[in-house]
Design a protein around this ligand. Structure first.
Ligand code: NAD
Length: 293
């Protein structure tokens, strides 16, 4: 059993902290939201009065916060009383520069650090089936393995510090672009008079095949488990996809990498969110094409 500090008990952090508790760990947690703290108390976690109290005796500290600004404000800027040699694992999805600053600031305090963003959403967090993409030293990765296994199914060491965030941003840029591409193809097929199911059957076994089509089709009636069949409720919110596409754009600019399709997808998602559909699953982007989906 390890003493764990957990900061950020939102949609993702709360179920992740619960998985650690269920695995037998002593989870001392903190969130600025009173509602989140009450929910944590109800679930048998140990809510603390401050982030400082949550980390004070922790061998391993996890953060699951909205953005890089929050991570740096909580961990790097504050003078938190970390236990000597503690391991700090940030699971939030944040920008490349903040991630580098996180590693640098905490390592300067003699702490071990990992960036370990996740894929799998709220459902994956509750079921303990998340994918963790981890950046940092191999020794720190090995130290975190058992705890990450309590929360996830696929635990992948992506490389040195920052590699986890890089993988997350690139993966989600790919997912955002391909969802838009699949939407355009389905929409055009319909306009050309093709039967949607017939086109789906053909593209699923042709060169157009991809995850966005065969596992997560944006058009209802094609993939029974896809959010399109539930009015685009649940799944991965369009506003979170927009956030990740913006992070990818930022990273592409900073590294002078062409990412034309990533930028185009970000703009379409921005319009989609501005139209009030940011909470819908990201496959609802097909609605931007004007069809009655
Ligand atoms: P959320 O907004 O539900 O939770 C964030 C929590 O952090 C909130 O409870 C908030 O009160 C808390 N918080 C903010 N500032 C704080 C501070 N200074 N101290 C303590 N607590 C503070 O967000 P979420 O959906 O849980 O996402 C968390 C991270 O995971 C984000 O970076 C997101 O991009 C990433 N992510 C989310 C999903 C998803 O499906 N929701 C999937 C993969 C990755």
């Amino acid at each position: 059993m390890a003493v764990i500090g957990f900061i950020g008990l939102g949609n993702m952090g709360f179920p992740m902290a619960c998985r650690l508790k269920e695995a037998g760990h002593d989870v001392r947690c903190f969130d600025v939201s009173a509602g989140s703290m009450a929910r944590a108390h109800g679930a048998g976690l140990k809510p603390q009065g401050s982030a400082a109290d949550a980390v004070a005796s922790a061998e391993v500290v996890f953060t699951m916060l909205p953005s890089g600004r929050h991570v740096l404000e909580v961990l790097a800027a504050g003078d938190l009383p970390f236990a000597a040699g503690a391991l700090v694992v940030d699971c939030s999805t944040i920008d490349v520069a903040s991630c580098a600053a996180f590693h640098q600031a905490l390592q300067a305090k003699g702490l071990a650090t990992l960036d370990a963003p996740v894929s799998g959403g709220v459902g994956g967090a509750a079921a303990g089936t998340l994918t963790f993409m981890v950046g940092g030293a191999v020794a720190a990765f090995e130290r975190a393995q058992d705890l990450l296994r309590a929360m996830g199914k696929n635990i992948i060491h992506a490389g040195d510090a920052g590699a986890g965030q890089a993988a997350k941003i690139c993966n989600n840029m790919l997912a955002g672009i391909s969802m838009l591409a699949v939407s355009e193809a389905l929409h055009l097929a319909k306009r050309l008079g093709l039967d949607t199911r017939k086109f789906f059957e053909i593209a699923s076994t042709s060169s157009g095949q991809c995850w966005a089509l065969t596992s997560y089709a944006p058009e209802p009636g094609l993939v029974p488990s896809a959010p399109s069949n539930r009015g685009y409720e649940g799944g991965f919110a369009s506003e979170l996809m927009l956030k990740d596409l913006r992070l990818a754009e930022q990273a592409a600019l900073a590294s002078q990498s062409p990412a034309l399709l990533g930028a185009a997808a970000a703009n379409v998602y921005a319009m989609h969110c501005a139209a009030g559909r940011g909470r819908l699953d990201f496959s609802s982007i097909i609605q931007m094409l004007g069809a009655s989906h």
